[in-house]
Design a protein around this ligand. Structure first.
Ligand code: H79
Length: 495
């Protein structure tokens, strides 16, 4: 299904006049990038789809005021303080002189992410405030040239990630409140509807050179753009920038905010499928069902992305684990945010929750990584279904402890197939009762302390409906039969 959407995209790109070098600013991209086959797209996306769980890091000068301006608390998300408190550029720049994260330890951050079961890190190379976390050659407004700290943060993270086998990725803001050719003149309303006619100059001479530095020097695996809604930024720029990125690294994965296709905070592109970008970006929400596009929900653990010292509204580890299971069942990725302090520390409440997620994933990761979401993805409110890639196994994750029996309508073990609770060594007894699978949970599992994990439990089921060879026509037939079953159960159409 994803293959079909890609076909639409590259047919559209091929027929777009601004890719003609006589009209556009960038040369015609190599054909093998633009004409990516569905199989090549799947190959490029494979590690990302398999990863499922990543760490978002919002870090920048806004961690210095930490939600306060002239001694008064400022409403709203912390990294927007320059806009929300209408701080003039020259005054905001002063935060750089106080940015000295002496306790920053790239290896420790990467350990925290890895121990949480996260496979990739997306950090703000530059947020809307325009401040860069690396040694940019086209700007002095960066951590090396304008802070007492004076060291390249992204280089340290790149080295630590490479050492640990974590994929480093960059969030990069298209909108820039600091640059005179971008949104700086819109002060006091940086995020306004005004148009700076100089924006194409910023696009060519600042945004693109910075992106080139990032991709060539730090080898990110994903470029995660944001701030694309400003009126100065056009669909043509978006497609051009997409190709610019992929020419610098053909394997790069790029989110949909590089173009103008996303619809509100849900972050999925509209159905006409004419926009650049490899995955949708629901923000602070989870899709209601599945999608034929790849997608990733980015969410905070409290109510801010950038650090705010007064925000203590932390979600519970249980909520975060349920979100992960829900997202994985619906075929998405979970990008969970931390907002480090100006000293360079990930807040302790975040570290504690991440450790709990890691403990849960060490038991249940088999159902989360390199698995496939899809229909049926749930049964009622408290059961989520996820399938192995070979379609031979279905995982039922229960978000509440089921008691002494677990009844499943939508999944039936194959005859003689095993049912296991992940983390528990003995197979579980099961039977079919009038078409319902009834799994018996032994008494020793009824005491919470005896269970292999907390918050959600995974049942691995040898599933006869899906136990067929991929690509086989018989599989297609059986899938159709299975879907028809599901349809009768009223689940199809939830997407
Ligand atoms: O980096 C974090 C935030 O600072 C940034 N995205 C996350 C990942 C961001 N969050 N919220 N906003 C930006 C608020 C912007 C909201 C809107 Fe819109 C911009 C409302 C109208 C224009 C979103 C984009 C809804 C429609 C277009």
């Amino acid at each position: 299904m994803k293959a079909v959407t890609r076909t639409f995209l590259f047919l559209f790109i091929m027929s777009t006049p601004f890719l003609n070098p006589s009209k556009g600013s960038s040369p015609t991209p190599p054909k093998d990038i633009i004409k990516e086959s569905p199989a090549a797209f799947d190959t490029r996306m494979e590690w990302w789809r398999d990863a499922t769980f990543g760490m978002f890091i919002h870090w920048g000068l806004y961690s210095v005021p930490a939600g306060y301006y002239h001694g008064e608390p400022v409403e709203g998300i912390g990294e927007w303080i320059m806009d929300h408190a209408a701080i003039p550029v020259a005054e905001y720049e002063e935060f750089a002189t106080e940015f000295n994260p002496a306790r920053f330890d790239a290896e420790e951050w990467v350990r925290i992410a890895k121990n949480a079961g996260m496979k990739y890190i997306v950090i703000t190379s530059k947020h809307h405030d325009g401040f860069s976390l690396w040694d940019s050659k086209v700007s002095d407004y960066d951590v090396v040239d304008s802070t007492p700290y004076g060291r390249d943060l992204l280089a340290q993270l790149r080295d630590a990630c490479e050492e640990a086998g974590i994929k480093l990725c960059f969030y990069h803001s298209i909108m820039d409140w600091h640059h005179p050719d971008a949104q700086a003149p819109h002060y006091p309303d940086y995020n306004s509807h005004k148009v700076n006619p100089e924006f194409p100059r910023y696009f060519e001479n600042y945004l693109k050179p910075q992106i080139k530095e990032l991709i060539t020097r730090y080898r990110p695996h994903v470029m995660w753009y944001d701030g694309e809604w400003i009126p100065e930024y056009t669909h043509e720029m978006g497609v051009g920038l997409y190709n610019f990125n992929r020419r610098l690294n053909p394997d790069l994965i790029i989110n949909n905010r590089i173009d103008k296709g996303r619809q509100g905070m849900k972050g999925m592109n509209s159905d006409d499928r004419q926009y650049a970008g490899d995955f949708g970006t629901p923000e602070q929400e989870i899709l209601d069902g599945t999608s034929s596009f790849d997608w990733e929900s980015c969410m905070t653990m409290n109510d801010t992305w950038g650090y705010k010292k007064d925000d203590h509204n932390w979600k519970s580890a249980e909520t975060l684990i349920h979100n992960l299971a829900d997202i994985a069942a619906k075929g998405g990725n979970y990008l969970l945010n931390v907002g480090p302090t100006a000293e360079g520390l990930i807040p302790e409440p975040s570290v504690e929750r991440l450790a709990e997620m890691g403990a849960w994933l060490r038991v249940n990761g088999e159902a989360i990584y390199a698995t496939e979401g899809g229909q049926p993805y749930h049964e009622g409110d408290s059961i989520r279904y996820i399938r192995s890639k070979d379609s031979a196994t279905t995982y039922a994750i229960t978000l509440e402890w089921p008691g002494s029996t677990l009844s499943l309508e939508h999944v039936h073990p194959r005859a003689g197939g095993q049912v296991n609770l992940l983390g528990h060594d003995k197979p579980l007894a099961w039977e079919l009762q009038a078409g319902t699978t009834v799994i018996h949970l032994p008494p020793e599992l009824q005491a919470p302390g005896n269970r292999p994990c907390q918050y959600a439990w995974t049942f691995r089921i040898d599933d006869r409906r899906h136990a067929v060879v991929r690509g086989d026509l018989e599989e297609v037939r059986l899938e159709l039969v299975a879907l028809a079953d599901v349809d009768e159960a009223g689940l199809v159409g939830n997407a």
